[in-house]
Design a protein around this ligand. Structure first.
Ligand code: KG4
Ligand code: ZN
Length: 347
């Protein structure tokens, strides 16, 4: 897009598509405001204990047309109003990413509009810029999702450094795998939260792993929960059903304490007091409360996106694409999706 065209253009309207895992989502973003955010969840994976890639891409193919159509109608936008098409290019399941990217590219080709590929993890961070109350740069962001756990220092919408990340399982996986051990369906995070309500979080003490710097490790926690339950079930076959609330509360408590303790370390290390939360696990009410409490104790200004912008959604792709549009960062149709591409600087 030529610079002089940007300066005379009055509005910027972007259709954004997210299809990296098991949510098909489309959003219209106009001048940095979200006009619609339609999300179709896939229930087909529940009985398999995790996302089945082939089933996910088939479901995206079924969902994408009605989801985009509804996003456009909800925003009262016609295709002629669009200035660019945005989509998640990485990371994620290749078959899933391809559905969203091919759809966006086809629309862009037909409309002769530019495309803006967006990195999913950068977009989770930028979901914090959707609400009116926004963090100021530089800010720290704890991003906790099903595939990632990261502490990010955001210098600008397009320049971020990764300060710490998980060495094995992500926080969301710790929730989901613990739930699976308890016999709960996928995704187990929201169910652990549900059953933890009214439970005693200190009843069962799962140890906090010692990991250097700002990195995380959750695989040991999963194993200690497994061994603990196996031992208890030998003594009492009904141990899980009789103690489900306390078990869930104790698991949730430990995962949250690991996350918040590292965030405190990141604050001490950087001195940054603008602190955000992002990703699917940020939908967890106890984690949201724990961040607010830590903020009050340590003098942080904390920011947590509304629930619909925490779990996977296209609005976060739209807001990220808006900033890329302002920066003149477009791609041509040859851009490829990637399961693993990184977008962060390393310290
Ligand atoms: O960001 P997201 O929607 O997808 C990925 O990019 O991975 O995150 C999904 C993860 C799943 O592991 C899910 O169990 C977890 O977020 N999750 C939760 C809650 N809601 C979603 N974990 C704990 N409590 C919740 N309320
Ligand atoms: Zn995500």
């Amino acid at each position: 897009m030529p610079e002089n065209l940007l300066s005379i253009q009055k509005t910027i309207t972007i259709l954004a598509i997210e299809s990296s895992c098991d949510e098909t989502s489309a959003s219209v973003c106009k001048d940095g405001k979200i006009l619609s955010n339609i999300i179709a969840n896939q229930t087909v994976h529940e009985k398999y204990g995790g996302v089945v890639p082939e089933l996910a891409s088939r479901a995206h193919m079924q969902n994408i047309v009605p989801v985009v159509d509804l996003a456009m109608k909800t925003a009262c936008i016609s295709v002629g109003d669009l200035d660019a098409l945005a989509f998640t290019y990485a990371p994620g399941l290749i078959g899933s990413l391809l559905v969203g990217s091919q759809f966006a590219k086809s629309m862009a080709l037909a409309l002769q509009k530019p495309i803006i590929p967006v990195h999913h993890m950068q977009a989770h961070v930028l979901a914090n810029l959707i609400p009116d109350q926004k963090p100021t740069f530089p800010f720290l962001c704890l991003t906790v999702s099903g595939g990632h756990t990261q502490i990010i220092m955001a210098h600008s919408p397009t320049n971020m450094t990764i300060l710490g990340e998980t060495l094995d399982d992500a926080a969301g996986e710790a929730f989901d795998k613990s739930a699976k051990i308890l016999g709960l369906p996928y995704p187990g995070g929201p169910l652990i939260e549900k059953f933890a309500k009214g439970g005693d979080p200190k009843r069962f003490a799962f140890t906090e792993p010692k990991v250097a710097g700002l990195n995380f490790s959750f695989s040991g926690l999963k194993t200690s929960i497994l061994y603990f339950l196996q031992k208890e079930q030998k003594l009492n076959q009904n141990f899980i059903t009789e103690n489900l609330k306390d078990i869930c509360a104790s698991i949730q408590y430990r995962i949250i304490s690991i996350l918040i303790n590292k965030l405190k370390k990141a604050f001490i290390q950087t001195g940054i007091t603008e602190i955000c939360l992002a990703g699917g696990v940020a939908a967890n009410g106890s984690l949201r409360c724990a961040l607010q409490q830590a903020g009050e104790l340590n003098g942080w200004k904390t920011y947590i996106p509304p629930l619909e912008y925490c779990t996977d959604n296209a609005a976060m792709i739209g807001i990220s694409a808006y900033f890329k549009y302002l920066a003149g960062s477009f791609s041509d149709l040859s851009v490829n999706v990637s399961a693993r591409a990184d977008c962060f600087q390393r310290p």
